[in-house]
Design a protein around this ligand. Structure first.
Ligand code: GLV
Length: 313
């Protein structure tokens, strides 16, 4: 069997190959990255990729399934050259969601417990406890209740945060106040002091973090965007902060990554920036999962994690 690997760097896709081979899967590997062109030896049966170019599937026309080395498959879904019959498979291991939950907990605690004050207080040798924040003072809303959204919402709810969740279709989740659809979006926003976005990126969700959305949140709320940069209307953020409608934003993803050095978000103290690290992929686990799925597909079995092309997740 032939497998084509596409990653922005060759070093990374060689690591993928190494981890996949360690699972005992027998295959011929080809690599393609931004620095090299394909060798052209043999058409691939499977592709393992992160943000592949359009040309990959023009060149490899026999691919049966493409494995996304990440949770969000938006970069693959937008490729026009990928035929409809090719399955797109996303990672669906527990670790990505748990790492994102850990990231959220850290950021939520910074906000609700005024942790940044203590950094400043320490610089002045100042023992200055902030007023105690009860969980019940901080209702939190999750935009997106797929596997990752549920892991994060479950973690927040188990600590005691009143937890709201909003999804496209109705959900019934223990301990979570579930809202759905456009009709209930405003109610969801009005009930949430911190809104965390983990929606998949689709035509419907692009720009969903915008002036109107912010206007329905309680004054002085916060957003945490760990979905995709395109979910945020970047022109809406600074005015919302300046007007006090939002008190702060935590951003892990950006329309342009790396975030350009001249971008105004860098110098704004109300915006906390991390470089797309909230849900880092564990390569050994990812390749273990992909090896098992390729082996299953090869003998005609069905697998989990296939992206629905219509809904985009
Ligand atoms: C990272 O952004 C991912 O989709 O896994």
């Amino acid at each position: 069997m032939n497998i084509i690997f596409y990653s922005p760097t060759r070093a990374r896709s060689q690591q993928w190959e190494h981890h996949l081979k360690a699972q005992g899967l027998q295959f011929n590997a080809q690599h393609w990255d931004t620095e090299t062109t394909p060798s052209g030896d043999g058409e691939a049966d499977y592709a393992i990729v992160w943000q592949p170019p359009e040309q990959l599937f023009q060149h490899h026309t026999r691919v049966k399934a493409v494995f996304n080395v990440g949770a969000g498959a938006d970069a693959i879904l937008k490729l026009r050259s990928l035929p409809d019959h090719v399955s797109i498979v996303r990672l669906d291991d527990e670790e990505i969601g748990n790492k994102m939950a850990e990231y959220v907990l850290y950021m939520v605690a910074r906000i609700t417990r005024s942790m940044d004050c203590y950094t400043m207080a320490k610089a002045n040798n100042d023992w200055a406890p902030a007023p105690y924040a009860h969980f019940s003072d901080w209702p939190i809303g999750l935009m997106g209740l797929g596997k990752i959204g549920q892991q994060i919402a479950g973690m927040l709810s188990s600590l005691g945060y009143p937890t709201n969740g909003w999804a496209r279709s109705p959900r019934d989740l223990n301990g979570i106040n579930c809202y759905h659809g456009a009709d209930q979006f405003v109610d969801f926003l009005e009930a949430s002091r911190i809104v965390i976005n983990v929606l998949p990126l689709t035509d419907e969700t692009t720009g969903i973090l915008n002036t109107q959305t912010f206007s329905h949140m309680p004054r002085g709320s916060y957003i945490i965007n760990i979905g995709r940069g395109e979910h945020l209307d970047e022109t809406a953020l600074l005015p919302a902060l300046d007007q006090g409608q939002l008190a702060g934003a935590v951003l892990d993803v950006f329309r342009q990554e790396p975030l350009p050095e001249s971008h105004p978000f860098w110098s704004d103290a109300r915006i906390h920036i991390t470089p797309h690290i909230s849900g880092a992929t564990n390569l050994a686990l990812a390749m273990k999962q992909i090896a098992a799925k390729i082996a299953a597909l090869h003998v005609g079995q069905t697998i989990s994690g296939i992206v629905n092309r219509r809904t985009g997740y």
